[in-house]
Write a protein that binds this ligand. Structure first.
Ligand SMILES: [Zn+2]
Length: 337
């Protein structure tokens, strides 16, 4: 089976690496830097498969591999002996030093096919503790034989300087909203409303958005919006809504409410209700701040944070407009979805 084409928002980074390869100037280690859920791992795997394929097509971005040669068939099994995928073991947050030692023995063995490349994917690179990183340094410095290291990391994280300095940076830009929506439309049968909602909740990362769609998040989002209506009508309390939202990661609710606050603000400002508009803008800013704190590692009690958010929403809504139904898109969907 041939691999999926390179993701459109990765096209430039891909052609940069392909050009390096053509000129025999591939780095031996890349630090692939991009947002989680934007396809960083897919990029690394596609690159590994491309380099292993013995009959690679000329149009590399559209068809990265031939899908038929022995290497491609091996890659398809998910268990190619020349690809090592190093990631924290289940339930663990860091990569063990023993996993790094496995790299050493793997790269020192002769390749599965003479002259072939070995690809070591390490994800996320942030999961390398000091000891594991130190153990990796020698291999990064003088990789034996033809070895390519692909370290996957997030923007703005603190990477050990010793690791960073031994890798060529390969930043992957995020998808634009248009690229994200076009890609999601190809990969999901969900409505445009749901695609947009999922993309918003995933902070613009299309692969993450697809995972949210598959996990039923847009349906969850619709239920939260219905609950806000119920809260406005006095049939639910902020605590009730908070309890419902607790089932999903805290940042989903925050991003949803942030989007809704901005929509409300816009609606009030357009209706020449500046006071209400400003109040929702202020709420949106407060939510943005909570989200930033979460991103920088704050770990509040989720239920208390949610109660605070829905109480603030309730107070801001006050008796402003309680009967306008949903804030986004069609108020009620017809039977055709
Ligand atoms: Zn092939």
């Amino acid at each position: 089976m041939a691999l999926d084409p390179v993701l459109p928002w990765h096209a430039d980074a891909w052609s940069q690496v392909m050009s390096q390869q053509q000129h025999d100037r591939l780095a031996h280690a890349y630090l692939i830097n991009g947002l989680p859920g934007s396809g960083r791992y897919q990029f690394a795997r596609t690159l590994a498969a491309r380099l292993l394929c013995t009959d690679p097509p000329a149009t590399s971005a559209q068809a990265p591999t031939c899908g038929r040669c022995r290497q491609c068939l091996l890659f398809d099994t998910g268990n190619h002996p020349d690809v090592l995928d190093i990631t924290p073991e289940e339930g663990k947050s860091s990569i063990k030093i023993a996993q790094i030692r496995m790299i050493s023995s793997a790269v020192n063995q002769t390749s599965n096919q003479s002259g072939a490349i070995k690809v070591i994917i390490i994800r996320p690179a942030e999961a390398l503790g000091v000891a594991a990183a130190n153990s990796l340094l020698k291999n990064l410095e003088e990789p034996p034989g033809r070895t390519l290291f692909l370290l996957i990391s997030e923007p703005a994280t603190q990477m050990l300087a010793t690791i960073r300095s031994r890798c060529q940076p390969l930043p992957l830009p995020p998808a634009t909203t248009e690229q994200g929506l076009a890609w999601l439309t190809e990969h999901s049968a969900a409505s445009q409303d749901d695609l947009q909602a999922a993309l918003m909740l995933a902070a613009g990362a299309p692969l993450q958005a697809l995972a949210l769609l598959e996990a039923g998040i847009p349906a969850w989002r619709n239920i939260v919006q219905e609950q806000l209506d119920e809260m406005a009508a006095g049939r639910l309390t902020p605590v009730d809504v908070a309890k419902y939202c607790q089932a999903q990661p805290l940042n989903y609710a925050i991003q949803l409410m942030q989007g809704l606050a901005l929509q409300r603000a816009r609606r009030h400002l357009l209706a020449h209700q500046p006071e209400a508009g400003k109040a929702f803008l202020q709420l949106g800013r407060e939510l943005l701040q909570i989200n930033r704190q979460l991103e920088s590692g704050a770990n509040p009690n989720p239920l208390m944070a949610l109660e605070h958010i829905f109480s603030a929403w309730h107070a801001t809504s006050g008796d402003r407009d309680v009967t306008h139904g949903h804030d986004n898109g069609p108020v009620r969907r017809g039977p055709d979805g």
